[in-house]
Ligand binder design. Structure first.
Ligand code: DLL
Length: 437
């Protein structure tokens, strides 16, 4: 499989680390000069940019968390004036403040290049017709992948979401060879194909590149066999750019190559903050090395993975990260939209007589993700007037659906039935990982 930028993607680790150090020193100097938030943080820690002399010194720098970006909403953490920003996106999720990401012209140039690398690693070339099945909008997904697909010279179809049948007929008519979207959507499309008895031979599909949410090896196999494609995983997070952070190579499908010349990745113990060695699982922390508009230092992604430095038979020298195995918090992703349990809590707190004792069960049925919110209600409500009970259930459902923008099933349960997870602090059970489709 061709490597998009062989000079960079196969460079020796020694050269790579030298490049990373130079870029790290440059970014630290830049934010010291231009982002008051970081200047304050550095000063509080008695740190000056000159202190960063080796890559190991990275750990002297403070961690940045999502809350910092929210507090700085919308533009406080930007390192350039707005006139230099040519694109603005926002992260998914929260009802309150999303986190805002800005891009300069150079940032967009880099973004295109990095997504091009990931698409090439997934097998795609200028010969392909790539159907982007992410929604075009504020999120980084569709636009990020779209411009990378154009960069490799492919013919790009900005399909967006929609009914699986529409995706299928466009695939047939436009002779789509590659599908790009979330794995759950790909499965829905694949199952619709099977249900409708559409012959696979009526499609020209060869590749699939899926990401933006967790998925498993069995799910990959199922999608591959239903669609008759080779499917790869790709990872990104809007706070540091969006898609294009890392992606699997089609040859190995064993870990996602990180674009390490633009992102410095660490794995930390989420409780102690201690940096963990390669191979150990912990929280992925990313420092951007080239970003101009929103440079970010040691960003705690909340995603659990491990890093692997062993050479890959594909020839790329960039470290690989394991498939994301979970989250440090209870955030979960449905169809590419991130949901924070605090959003559910906010809704419950607004309803009189209801305590925010709840458990979210995320599952997958016939390819579609489902969300059930179990809520403890006073015993008197359960044994009292049935109409009142049903009304409460309906109000909860409507308000949760409005707040989260998702279809929700509400189940009212007796007091203290959710005691276990509550004590464990765990508010979400994600059964999708257990499902072998
Ligand atoms: O989801 C960027 C993206 C778009 C990546 C399209 C890949 C493809 P956010 O909306 O900020 O950005 O959500 C980022 O999604 O912290 C992970 O929890 C989750 N996530 C992204 N990719 C994967 C993946 C985009 N391949 C959050 N596997 C991240 C598991 C993923 N989780």
């Amino acid at each position: 499989m061709p490597i998009w930028n062989p000079r960079v993607e196969t460079m020796s680790r020694v050269d790579l680390e030298q490049l990373q150090l130079e870029r790290l020193q440059a970014v630290v100097n830049r934010i010291w000069d231009s982002v008051a938030f970081y200047r304050r943080r550095f000063e509080q820690g008695g740190l000056i940019p000159e202190r960063i002399r080796s890559l190991d010194d990275l750990r002297l720098l403070p961690l940045t968390v999502k809350e910092d970006l929210r507090t700085g909403y919308p533009y406080d953490l930007f390192a350039v004036p707005l006139r230099e920003v040519v694109r603005i996106h926002a992260s998914s999720g929260t009802t309150g403040h999303p986190t805002v990401v800005g891009y300069t012209k150079n940032d967009l140039r880099h973004w295109r290049e990095l997504v091009a690398r990931v698409l090439s690693a997934g097998g795609m070339t200028k010969e392909d017709v790539i159907q982007i099945a992410f929604s075009y909008g504020l999120l980084t997904d569709a636009f990020g992948l779209h411009q990378g697909a154009e960069e490799i010279g492919a013919s790009v179809i900005p399909m967006s979401g929609g009914a699986a049948e529409q995706q299928i007929s466009i695939m047939q008519d436009f002779r789509t060879t590659a599908l790009v979207g979330t794995p759950s959507y790909a499965l829905q499309i694949a199952e619709a194909l099977e249900e409708k008895g559409v012959a696979r031979s009526s499609l020209h599909l060869r590749w699939g590149m899926f990401g933006a949410e967790p998925w498993s090896e069995p799910l990959r196999q199922r999608i591959e066999s239903l669609l008759g494609i080779s499917a790869t995983d790709n990872y990104g997070i809007s706070e540091v750019m969006g898609p294009g952070v890392s992606g699997e190579c089609e040859e190995q499908k064993n870990g996602l190559h990180i674009n390490e010349d633009h992102f410095l990745c660490e794995i930390i113990d989420p409780d102690s903050g201690e940096v963990l060695p390669p191979g150990q699982t912990g929280e992925l922390v990313i420092t951007t090395l080239t970003t101009e508009a929103l440079p970010i230092i040691r960003y705690c992604t909340g995603d659990l993975t491990s890093l692997h430095l062993q050479p890959c038979p594909c020839g790329r020298t960039f470290a690989r990260m394991a498939r994301i195995s979970g989250r440090t918090d209870d955030t979960f992703v449905i169809g590419g939209v991130k949901v924070f349990p605090s959003q559910i809590e906010e809704v419950l707190l607004q309803i009189e007589g209801i305590e925010p004792n709840y458990l979210v069960v995320v599952d997958r049925e016939s390819g579609a993700d489902t969300v059930q919110v179990q809520v403890e209600v006073p015993g008197a409500l359960l044994t009292g007037d049935v109409r009142h009970l049903l009304r409460t259930q309906e109000i909860l459902r409507q308000r949760l659906e409005r707040a989260l923008g998702l279809t929700i099933e509400v189940k009212l349960v007796e007091p203290r039935t959710i005691a276990g997870p509550r004590e464990r602090k765990q508010k979400v059970i994600d059964r999708r990982k257990e499902v072998t489709p």
